[in-house]
Ligand binder design. Structure first.
Ligand code: ZN
Length: 499
């Protein structure tokens, strides 16, 4: 092996070790750490991530990446190493342009802002958060300007979460969705809402955990390379190779929330568990394409998990674990998991109105980065957009602008990836049905593994070798469009609501 390539692999191995340690600490912090142990874990995470950052921005590493990107060296690399060199060099060049004292101040500002957001949300008082948010916004603009002085800041942010994506494409897709959803939601509003009172009750938590295990195995989660635990907010993380873990949050009065969190995180985990081992020690094994990752969790959660036929082989088994389900008619359960109703909180929204929650955030982020709105005006802009898009108006900021954590840590540009994930799903669904036949039939026959295998082969095994747009082009031979998602919504909800 070429000397520079083996050096690159050594770096990659080191980064992977740092990442394993950091993720393991983070996993422990979120699931197990007692109150008094929090600070030392947080310190250790800070230490290890600073070490990794130093290594990835060192002069020596930069020189190596530049050497490997010269045409004569670059042409000899395989595809995964080409992607590795390109992505690493781009990140290297972005990060070395950020002055170290600015970066330290930014990190501290983010930590303070998150604390202020928590307090403001609890007290339902935007004024406690506004000065911090103001600072985060101006620092994020500056941060991105350091990294890419020639590019509009919001484009850079979008690209950081979904490589290759831009606002031109997002505008086109989101406008298509806004237009397409309006008539559907109007019709649903006019129609009869289901009676879901049969679901009220208290559900045993150990039994909910057994149900989670059953569901994860059923959809293809591999317990020989994965584990589960509990945390305040469900998440998925890889800890070194051969180990992908998910968490869930259980409530006695709401088994459905835990069921769908399990399926959602299971989708993320199945993606990571099936990345081909040939990509060890390259960036391909890490999927930082948030839209593509979200497309997989949402495919399992919504396209499969909210399909009537998904539950045909399973419904009786739920009743065995949670006996209350024996008294809940299947139809009531099916209506409950597909109830479309405008609501104030994004994370509780159904799959249809969820789209509008994201469009709202995207439009506000655009306004922030085009300097069209001040921090003081944000709560009323939020409420006006809620009314315009969903027809309801929050009565407090806790139900409005204070509900999400993303902006408090500078993650502007992240929200669109959730909805892009669903848009990709519409396209994947169309293609799967072309190749494998009706998804309803496969699910009704309990052949979900045929779908999982299709996703493994066409998407998961490649990790982040291709950008989302490339994945879609390769699989569907089309550019990204919201039409398949709209077709899916119209078909499904016309039947459910007898439209
Ligand atoms: Zn997710």
């Amino acid at each position: 092996m070429n000397n520079a390539v083996s050096k690159l692999k050594e770096y990659m191995q080191k980064f992977q070790q740092y990442e394993t340690i950091e993720n393991l600490l983070y996993w422990d912090l979120s699931t197990m750490t007692p109150e008094k142990g929090v600070e030392s874990k947080a310190d250790a995470i800070g230490y290890i991530s600073t070490e990794a950052f130093r290594l990835s921005t060192s002069d020596e590493y930069g020189a190596l990446l530049k050497e490997l990107s010269t045409p004569e060296q670059f042409e000899q690399l395989d595809d995964a190493l080409k992607v590795t060199v390109q992505r690493e060099l781009r990140n290297y060049e972005r990060f070395v342009r950020v002055p170290e004292d600015f970066y330290t101040e930014y990190v501290t500002c983010k930590a303070r802002s998150q604390k202020a957001w928590e307090a403001a949300k609890k007290a339902d008082d935007y004024s406690l958060y506004a000065p911090h948010l103001d600072k985060i916004i101006s620092m994020t603009k500056q941060y991105v300007h350091y990294m890419e002085p020639e590019l509009p800041p919001y484009e850079v942010l979008i690209d950081m979460f979904e490589e290759g994506m831009d606002t031109y494409t997002i505008d086109r897709i989101f406008d298509e969705l806004k237009e397409g959803l309006r008539p559907l939601l109007a019709k649903i509003k006019e129609s009869k809402q289901p009676d879901l009172s049969a679901l009220k009750g208290t559900y045993d938590i150990p039994a909910q955990k057994k149900l989670q295990e059953l569901l994860l195995s059923y959809i293809g989660f591999d317990f020989s390379m994965g584990a589960v635990a509990e945390s305040e907010h469900p998440f998925t993380t890889g800890i070194g190779s051969g180990d992908v873990r998910v968490t869930n949050h259980f409530r006695e009065d709401d088994p459905i929330a835990a069921i769908f969190s399990a399926i959602h995180e299971g989708g993320h985990a199945i993606f990571d568990q099936n990345i081909s081992p040939v990509y060890e020690n390259t960036v391909v094994r890490q999927v930082n394409l948030m839209g593509l990752h979200e497309s997989q969790s949402r495919f399992y959660e919504n396209i499969l998990g909210r399909n009537r036929n998904f539950w045909t082989p399973l419904y009786e088994k739920i009743g065995d674990l949670l006996p209350q389900f024996r008294n809940i008619p299947f139809e009531t359960f099916y209506r409950a998991i597909n109830e479309v109703k405008p609501s104030l909180i994004r994370i509780d929204a159904d799959e249809v109105t969820y789209c509008l929650h994201i469009i709202l955030r995207y439009e506000i982020e655009r306004a922030i980065f085009n300097d069209e709105v001040t921090t003081e005006e944000l709560p009323s802009l939020w409420n006006d957009k809620m009314e315009e898009l969903l027809g309801i108006r929050p009565s407090t900021d806790a139900e409005g602008i204070l509900q999400d954590t993303h902006w408090s840590d500078g993650s502007f540009g992240y929200f669109p990836s959730y909805l892009l994930g669903s848009v990709y799903d519409g396209m994947f669904l169309e293609q799967i049905e072309k190749e494998l036949g009706s998804i309803d039939e496969l699910l009704a026959q309990g052949k979900i593994m045929e779908i999982t295998k299709w996703l493994n082969k066409n998407i998961h095994q490649n990790g982040s070798l291709y950008t989302s747009a490339e994945v879609i082009q390769r699989i569907c031979q089309k550019e990204i469009s919201a039409k398949p998602l709209l077709n899916y919504f119209n078909r499904k909800y016309s039947e459910i609501y007898s439209l």
